[in-house]
Design a protein around this ligand. Structure first.
Ligand code: C2E
Ligand code: MG
Ligand code: MG
Length: 659
């Protein structure tokens, strides 16, 4: 659709002003013309009146015009003694323009002497035409008035032109008076007309200013983050494109705040917003003129830093300064908060020849900084990309395995320390990559935890392992590992209960293994869940004991039945300097005091099992006694274990006696 084009405001304003000037100039011209017309008309009138007066009052005008002597009375009349103030001279010509009489009067008297018989072509022309003629003249103010008129008027008697009278009229005072009157009128008209233009012009000016302001505001909004006033993502991208076009070397720093969500959750959004503003302040404080700072959204910021050629170290210096600046405590009113920042840096042109590549590189570096434990700066390296790719592949594989229940459970036997009595199997989850190579649970379990898939996986393992164990002799228990995250939902006890129900397994044959890391957060809530689970008859083992905090208070506050000593102690037994034996001795003694069974994991050698026997450890688990096997191979392990002891009663892991 056709849109009328708006004139640019300076052009419109120029037009308006020019029109106003033209108007004022025009008004001035008109007043000048009007003044002259009035003066001319006035002169003509004066000349006519004076001419008619003379014609009417002279005794013999014919004598005068013929150059004959005139009477005394006529001479008196012609002497100009009675003339009005404005007439300072008059001349009388005959019909041929020959001067017959001249009279000077007033202050201009004697200033001008004219010879009798002088001929005036103007007078002759007027006599010829019968039409009056007026000439406006300027004098020097000394010999003649500054402004005067010479009006030629035919002297007629009953329609016959007999001669011409030329009357000189001093217009100086009258012109001045008219000037002032017309000037006032002209000024008023000009002011009115001017304001008729000026108002719209001023209005246009105001509109233009408003438009400029709005455009500026819109540009600002479009390129800035509202909360912090920093540049936004699109402005940052623009800056990157500019630097690339100039072939300047530069660094892109992606900054992600650590633990910002906690501040928001614990103190509310206004405090969170104040913190983001303070972060922006600190970043601006450490940024020089050649560095631009942007907020990309949420708790993500970015900086683009111009670099001198081959000065890559400067980028890492800045990245570390960012980490240090954000590490200092923040004060928002009453609230003090400590967060941190992870920084990922990529360099142009080294890490990416185009914008997309460069931003991906900075993002990957940031990802690596966060994975490495946060609160640090990491520069992009190609290995990060490979890591990320394999991580993404693992995530995809995990999601698909959860959908298709494409996991497998291996079972590893636990024996009494004499190595002959099979007590239980530990269920150990297995996952293969697409190409069939096994992925260690130590690798995929943490990823499943991060992706919050562990609840579904954990439930599946529990149900599957209990189901499988129902096929075994009732003397053999099943141990199932729990992730700390499975406690968070609060529904673990319900899940355990329904699995016991569904599978019909004797609860006393089920042992759940947990690590103490889960107890660091919300220990009371976890204690409550454990007590419910315990009330079903299920036992609880503390796994990997000796690797974490190994807090004694956990041991007596929580209803554990078994301590599983971490395999690292077995490795230590091979080294006499490590004093693992003494520590193991103490742990086993502690277990005895607290009425707990002690299981040693990772037993690989005869020497290790010898030591465990000497220390009266209850149970052992390790490659020496049996590797984890498929469910289909469990039967042969059981048969092998039961063979020499057919007559023994079925063994059930005894529950810890309640204190
Ligand atoms: P864990 O619960 O301490 O399991 C024992 C680990 O030690 C198993 O590793 C087992 O294969 C390994 N092992 C047993 N005997 C020996 C030995 O003599 N020498 C050595 N070097 N290792 C031995 P795996 O199967 O790789 O599992 C690793 C960890 O993954 C487990 O440690 C457990 O924490 C976790 N995990 C395994 N399955 C599950 C599961 O279903 N759910 C959860 N939440 N975690 C699981
Ligand atoms: Mg375990
Ligand atoms: Mg363990």
């Amino acid at each position: 659709m056709f849109q009328p084009r708006r004139l640019p405001w300076p052009v419109a304003l120029g037009f308006t002003l020019a029109a106003a000037v033209l108007l004022v100039w025009g008004a001035h011209g008109i007043t000048q013309k009007a003044r002259q017309a009035i003066l001319d008309r006035d002169a003509e009138l004066t000349a006519r009146v004076w001419g008619e007066f003379l014609v009417a009052n002279l005794g013999s005008i014919a004598d005068l015009l013929a150059g004959r002597p005139v009477s005394e009375a006529d001479q008196r009349l012609l002497s100009c003694k009675r003339q009005t103030a404005a007439i300072f001279r008059f001349k009388i010509f005959d019909g041929n323009g020959l001067l017959r009489h001249v009279a000077d009067c007033g202050r201009w008297d004697d200033m001008h002497r004219v010879a009798q018989g002088e001929r005036s072509s103007d007078a002759a022309a007027v006599a010829q035409s019968g039409s009056p003629q007026v000439f406006a003249r300027r004098g020097d103010g000394v010999s003649r008035p500054q402004l005067y008129a010479a009006a030629f008027m035919p002297l007629a008697l009953e329609q016959d032109v007999m001669g011409v009278i030329e009357v000189y009229i001093d217009h100086t005072a009258r012109a001045r008076m008219l000037e002032s009157v017309l000037l006032t009128a002209g000024a008023s008209i000009s002011a009115l007309a001017g304001s008729a233009f000026a108002l719209p012009a001023l209005l246009a000016l105001w509109h233009a200013r408003e438009r400029r302001k709005t455009a500026h505001r819109l540009r600002h909004v479009a390129s800035h983050d509202e909360l912090t006033g920093l540049l936004n993502r699109s402005a940052l991208v623009e800056r990157i494109d500019q630097l690339m076009a100039r072939k300047t070397e530069f660094a892109v720093h992606f900054i992600d705040l650590d633990r910002f969500k906690d501040v928001n959750d614990n103190h509310g959004h206004p405090v969170g917003d104040a913190l983001l503003r303070e972060v922006a302040e600190r970043l601006l404080h450490i940024a020089s003129d050649s560095i631009c700072v942007a907020r990309l959204g949420g708790d993500e910021f970015a900086m683009v830093q111009e670099l001198a050629p081959a000065d890559e170290l400067a980028s890492m210096r800045l990245a570390r300064r960012i980490v240090t600046a954000i590490d200092l405590p923040f004060h928002m009113g009453e609230v003090e908060a400590r967060i941190g920042a992870s920084v990922g840096t990529s360099l142009y042109p080294r890490d990416g020849q185009n914008r997309e590549r460069l931003l991906v590189a900075a993002d990957l570096a940031l990802y690596a900084a966060k994975r490495a434990g946060r609160g640090r700066a990491v520069g992009f390296e190609s290995s990060i990309e490979e890591e990320r790719r394999s991580r993404q592949a693992l995530e995809a594989r995990l999601r698909q395995a959860v959908e298709d229940e494409d996991f497998e459970i291996y079972y590893q036997p636990l024996y009494s320390t004499d190595g002959k009595t099979l007590r239980a199997f530990e269920a150990l989850l297995r996952l293969n990559a697409e190409d069939g190579t096994p992925i260690s649970p130590a690798v995929f379990i943490p990823v499943a935890e991060e992706l919050r898939l562990i609840d579904r996986i954990g439930q599946w393992v529990l149900r599957e392992a209990c189901q499988t164990a129902t096929l075994w002799p009732g003397s053999i228990s099943i141990a199932v590992n729990l992730s700390p995250l499975q406690f968070l939902s609060g529904s673990l006890s319900t899940i355990v209960h329904s699995v016991l129900d569904e599978t019909g397994i004797d609860p006393r044959r089920l042992e759940l293994e947990m690590t103490e890391s889960v107890l660091l957060e919300k220990p009371d809530a976890i204690l409550a869940q454990l007590n419910i689970i315990k009330s079903f008859g299920v036992s609880i083992a503390l796994d990997d004991f000796g690797t974490g905090y190994s807090s004694l208070s956990y041991l007596w506050r929580f209803p554990f039945d078994t301590l599983k000593v971490d395999g690292s102690f077995m490795v230590g037994l091979n080294d006499p300097a490590s004093r693992s034996r003494e520590v193991l001795d103490t742990i086993i003694a502690l277990g005895r005091v607290l009425n707990l069974h002690v299981t040693a994991e990772g037993v690989e050698t005869r020497e290790q099992i010898e030591v465990l026997r000497e220390l009266h450890c209850d149970f052992v688990q390790g490659f020496l006694l049996g590797r984890p096997v498929r469910s289909t191979e469990v039967a042969s392990v059981i048969l092998e274990a039961l063979k020499p002891r057919d007559e023994e009663p079925p063994l059930i892991l005894p529950q810890r006696k309640q204190a």
